[in-house]
Each structure stands twice: as C-alpha cells, then as structure tokens.
Design a protein around this ligand. Sequence first.
Ligand code: ADP
Ligand code: MG
Ligand code: MG
Length: 883
Amino acid sequence: SKHVYTFSNGVADGNASMRALLGGKGAGLADMTNLGLPVPPGFTITTDVCTWFTSNGSEYPPTLESDVAAAMHVIEAATGALFGDPAAPLLVSVRSGARASMPGMMDTVLNLGLNDQTVQGLARKSADPRFAYDSYRRFIQMFADVVMGVDHSCFEQILSHQKQLRGVTEDTHLTADDWKHVIECYKSVIQQHTGRPFPQDPNTQLWDAISAVFKSWTNARAITYRKLHDIPHDWGTAVNVQAMVFGNMGDDCATGVAFTRDPSTGEKVLYGEYLVNAQGEDVVAGIRTPQQITTAGKLMHQSTLPSMEECMPHVFQQLDSIRHRLERHYGDMQDIEFTVQGGTLYMLQTRVGKRTASAALKIACDMVREGMITKDEALMRIDPSSLNQLLHPTLDPRAKRDLFARGLPASPGAASGRIVFSPEKAEQLGQAGEQVILCRVETSPEDIHGMHAAKGIVTTRGGMTSHAAVVARGMGRACVAGASSISIDYGAGEMRAGNLVLHEDDVITIDGERGEVLIGRVATMEPELSGDFAEFMSWADARRKLKVMTNADTPKDCRKALEFGAEGIGLCRTEHMFFEPGRIAAVREMILAENPDDQRAALNKVLPMQRGDFVDIFRIMEGRPVTIRLLDPPLHEFLPHGEAELSEVAKSASLDVNKVRDRVAKIVEVNPMLGHRGCRVGVTTPGIYEMQTRAILEAALEVSKTDGRKVFVEIMVPFVAMEAELRVVRTLIDSVAKELLAGEREHVEYRVGTMIELPRAALAAGQIARQAEFFSFGTNDLTQTTLGLSRDDAAGFLPAYEAGGLLEKDPFVSIDREGVGELVRMAAARGRKTRNDLELCLCGEHGGDPASVAFCHEVGLDSVSCSPYRVPIARLAAAHAAL
Ligand code: ADP
Ligand code: MG
Ligand code: MG
C-alpha cells in the first residue's frame, strides 16, 4: 500500500475522505490543495506507517525511505529550492497530525533543513539577513526541545540574557549578529545536555523529526489525552512534511489563526488573531499581544493595534472569501491557520472548529436557516452531553461585582471556586469534591488533568486561541484568558492585580462571557431556554421515539423538569419526603411502633404530610403521568443514631428509651442493600404501603376535583423478585383504591407496576407481568445485583479495572450492555409476551446517559426517566438514536 501522499500545485493524492489514513491535518491540506487554495507543497506519511513503526520496534517499512526521497523531489520541483543546498535551500516543517486533533503529542518543527551553511544561503536570498538567523535559532530550539528532549527553559534564559545585554524587550529588536551569538550558545547547551552536537545533516534532521512524531504517539501525555477523550490507541498519527513559508520576513509578513464563525457565541463573523513579522505558534504562545483580524473584533476587544482588515486589506479580502469557500465545502465552521509571506497568503491548516455549546447550537440553527445543512444534520452536530453547559446558571446581572481583573472572554459560563495555582492541586481538590479555579500564567498540554478538575480557568497570558482558551471551550469550562494585569507568584501562592492581592484558597468567580475575574462568590441566575434552544429541541422531539420522563420528588425538581421538556414523572421517590425536617420523628415512631395501634397512630401523622406533597406534585404536573414508587429503602436507614436521637424518639412516642434501644437493635441490618427493604416492607408491614396508597389516591382525588383535570397515577412497587410479592402488594393497593374511589373512578385513573431491579425479576418477568401494567428498569440496583457490586464500595477497585482495560466504562454511568443490558432485553421480551401492552421504562441514572438511551431505543422501551438537568440530554440522545 501507498505510504506517502503528496499535495502540490493544485493537485493532491488524498482528500477529506481519507482522514483515517492521512490524519486530520493531512486530509485538510490535501483538500485545500484540491480546492485550488494557496497551500505550500508537501506530503503526508500515513497513519499506517505509524502503526507499523510502533509494532516493529521503531523501524520503517522498507520502501519508506525512497518514497520520502521521491516526495521531497516533488517539493523541490514545485519550489525551485533544494533540500540541503547551500545556495537555495529548501526548508520544511515537520508536523504531526492524528485523526482527531491531539494536544500532548510532538509539536511542529519549523525551518528544518537549516544548518551553518544553508543559513548563509537563506540570509543572502533575503533582504534582511536577520530573518535567516531568527529562523535558524527557532529551528534549533524547537528541534532540541521536541526531538532531542532539551527543555526550552534553557534556551529562554539565553534569549532573555541576550535581550538584557542589548537593552531591548522584544525579540524583534535583536539583530542578525545577536541571533548568531544566541545560536552558538544554543548549540553548546545542546552539546552539554545531550552529549552530542546539534545535527547539521538535513537528512538526519528530517528522519529524526519524523521518528520523534511517531514516537510521541506513545508518550505518556498523549496516552492520557486519548484516555480522557476516548480516542483508540491504534489509530496512529500521520506526519506532514511541508515547504516553509515565512511570516517572519518583515512587516508585510504575518502569521495567524482564525475561525470562520465566532467560537464563543457562534456569530457569523470571521474571528481570529494574527501577528505581523512572526512565525508559527507565536500567536498561540502569547509572546506578543496578537492583533485582531476584523475591525469589528478590534473594537470589541478594545484593542489599540490595527486590524488585518486595516493593515492588509487585500489579504483580508482573500481570507474572507476562503472562509466562505471552506464553510461551503465542509458545511461546518472551520478553524484555520495561515501565514502571509511578502503580502501573499498561504493556508496551512483547516479543521472543524471547536466551539462552546452555545456557539454550537447557534451555528447549527443558523446553518439550517442558511440551507447549508438539514435539521437532522444539525441534530447530529450537537453532542447531547454538551447541552448540560446550556442549562446551568450564568451570573446574575444585578448581583454586585467586585472586580479583580479583566481578561479575554475565552470560554463562557460562570464559575466560582477556590484559587489554586497548580494543576496537581486542582486535581487533588477537584477529586475531593471542591470547586476550584485554576489560575496560571499560561497552560500547556501537561496541565489538562488539572483543567479537567477545575470549574474554571484563568490565565494571565495568551489570546482567544491560546491553549487554555481552546481547551476550556472544548471541555465546557469557563475561562478568562490573557488577564495581563494579574501577576501570579507561584512561590508565594498569591496573585496581584494593581494593589489587590488574592491568595491560594481565596474564593473567586469568573465570568467567561465578559472576561472578568471577580472577588468572592457572585449570585447566579437561570439560563434562557427559548429561541434557538427551543427550536432545536423541537426538531429532536419530532425525531425521537422514546418518551422522556423525569426522576423528581420535590415541586422544585418537577418545575425544572417541565421547563426542560419532561413529559411526566417516571420516578417519584417517596422516601426523600420522610427526611424533611419535622417529619423524621413521626417516621421513626411509625417504624419503631411495637403494636398495630401505636403504628396506626404514627401512620396517621405521616399520612397528611405525604398527601400534601402529592397534591403539590399532581398540580404541577397538570395531568401528565406521575409514577410514584412506594417506600423502597430499608427501614434500617431511618433509625435514630446516638443517645440524643434515641431519647428524642422515646419522648415523642412516649416510650421507654430502653425499649426503643431494643427495637433499634432488632431492626439494624448488616447489609441493608440486600435487606429488609422495598416490597418486603410492604409484605411484612402492610400499614406503610396502605398509608402511602391512601395518600396518593386521596391527593389525586383532591386535585382532580379542584382542578377539574383527571390525574393519571402509576403506583410502582420496588424490589420485587417474584410474582407472589407483587400479587400481595397489588391486592392491598386495589383494596385501598376500591374503598377510596367507590364511585369516583372517573376522576382518578391508576395503574400498578413494578421496578425490575433484581436478576430474578428479570428472569421471571413473564410471570411478574401478570400482576404489572408497567415495568420500570431500575438499572442502578440491577447493576449492583447483576454484577454483585455495591455502588458505595466500588470506588476501591473500579478505577483499576478501567485503567487496566478490564472495563471500558463505569457500569453505573453507562449501561453494561452484555450483562445488565441482556437482562433488560430479556425481561422486556418476556414481559410483553405475557401482556403485549406492557409499558416499559428505564429509570436508573442511565436514563440520562446518551449511550444508554441509545440502548433503550434499540431494545424498544417506551420511555426513559432521568434527573431534571438530564432531560434535554435524553431528548437529544433519543433523537440521535432514532436517526
Ligand atoms: P499544531 O497541530 O500544534 O497546530 P501545526 O503543525 O499546525 O501544529 O503547526 C503549528 C504552526 O506552525 C502552524 O499554525 C503554522 O503557523 C506553522 N507552520 C507549520 N508548517 C508551516 C510551514 N510549512 N510554513 C510556515 N509555517 C508553518
Ligand atoms: Mg501546537
Ligand atoms: Mg495547527
């Protein structure tokens, strides 16, 4: 098979459909070449070669060397320069490029091919020899850093020393002779650190760089990144070798990055930054303050520097028209990199641009309106989990703001937390459940784990396209970047802005929308769910087959869930109500009662409380189905703890404290998860279920009479293992209902069903369905009982299982298809065989997990039920599953 694909003079061997083989960057370069855009010639070594290299002890396929030599000749022919030629040297960049963009791998090496001879040739060919030596020192530094493993801080010292010596502050003020001196120092540092000289032979340079790219695929950082982002380890990376163009040859040269639409807001404007007389990553690295591309952008950022639109109007026009070409070609927002050499524009990269969730939504909706994509395509563009970011609060505009410093609005959202200065600390506190804001001068791929753990990120250096900004947007973290008035002292653990000082552990709030860092915690407010969001979700609703219900048991949760589009309540847990202040005493009395009379007295105290709760919920749900689960947890959980509580219970129930202590000792369980809980309580202590049924039906009756709307109730029995249990409880429910609803049946409709959360229940689903009008798969318990794995104790070893590759995903997060999933599939089929109109729902945490929602769709369930904030996620995931 072919190992090397060239792109040159408007013709490329590859195209966008070959991402897997050419990597994202290589496919984009090939595509842009074929579109006739100005792309410096070059070639791509395929990802297959990477796989070969990795599995053959860092060797290459036998023909690769000659393939690369031939491809180098193609570049030479196209540029009229020769690799290693002292008079007219060809210089190239060596660029890694995996299928998915992947920070953490080898960086690009620019200006490769320079040595002590060729640099002179380059110097003679340019108006200002300074440029040639600037390029050479950049090359040595990058090559030493990424290929030879010499830390770049060694070079920075030399550079700042030279600037000091010359009394200048900017790199651009150093002369050719300065650079020559710097170069000699760099070379001796390399000799010192590695024991070998900087390689002068261009071919050695080229192959060393190529090998470094392939090796970087398996370095620790890259492996961590792939794990975090679910990128398979066997994809491999491609290597791109490309003729250099120079943005650092003078004031008619520049380098920049741009998005075809605003990646924060989604607005349809060219959005980006550039630097005059600069090369490569200078813009991203934040060495100088970048300039805006558009004049509108300049005004928005209150920049004093001229925009590209003003300085280089011709290049700007060309870039603007390329923006439209690329968007039309890809049908999506692109992130592009370019360089201007002597007033001529060159395109160096295009890829689908990362964006915030709100930008993604706006872009998808706009593109549908512009006729660029269909509604279905728009739906598929949004990752359901990312909707989460749109549902969370932003800062309340009326709240008082105590400004610490201002920076760039790099990634929207509001976040409060304690200041931490290191990614390690962020990770440590984040894991302990603390909210932290990571504050750094700048971030790099090594910091990803800490950025992940933080609620928000502040940097003091770097622009809208800096590492921190791009990664934060991708992760959905709020970020303020380039807050240059802040100076951070890592050693002292403090940061200053003017005469304000904040210390590690102080609380700050960041407003990613406005780019502000605020002192203390600032009040937040609920997001706007109308407009594009509502329209987009209506497209999802039109597509999905699954109904989406919610797990809610308070009026507040119910309202939230309705706002988010829930169609009813799939799981209303009644036990949470028991813990409300002022109630637990009555509940304990009910549990500890020694005889039926005492128990009845206690139940009569609880009844009106429960009824009141249900009345509220039925009102809010306005006739939508409400599934109420009878008491589930083990009685054990409600027992009083300690002497104080014991005597309190004894007093309120007028019992002897010793008697209470004895009762408690009898009820305590060793393994309550598998103990006296669910329908077992219903069987042994029918009074409780009887009271709950009464509370539910009385509430339904009351609401239907006052509101004139029929209430639709489903009573759900938990922890059923066998048909007989459900028969007993069902008989109880029906008899309460018969007495209560005599002659009132037109007001209240109720059904009885069961949770399927034990393997036996799944196996016996055919029998159980005789007693049940609906099933709801309680996949939290079903996962615990199927895997023999307690959720509370899993943390001791599950992470090791995930790390060791024994488990692909945490089975409590995403349904275990092969085990738990099979039980669900089987129970659904057996249940429906008995009763073909049996309603099937899933109400575990999995109901809000996109992969599990897809499973529910496949198996043919009727609905999923999840917590309110996950309702929109489930709606979109269900649409994805149906498309
Ligand atoms: P990354 O994947 O980190 O973005 P790239 O391979 O895109 O790395 O290289 C980073 C930058 O280096 C590019 O944006 C561009 O500015 C510069 N660069 C890469 N190749 C060339 C080239 N052939 N000529 C000029 N600049 C280049
Ligand atoms: Mg980079
Ligand atoms: Mg790039």
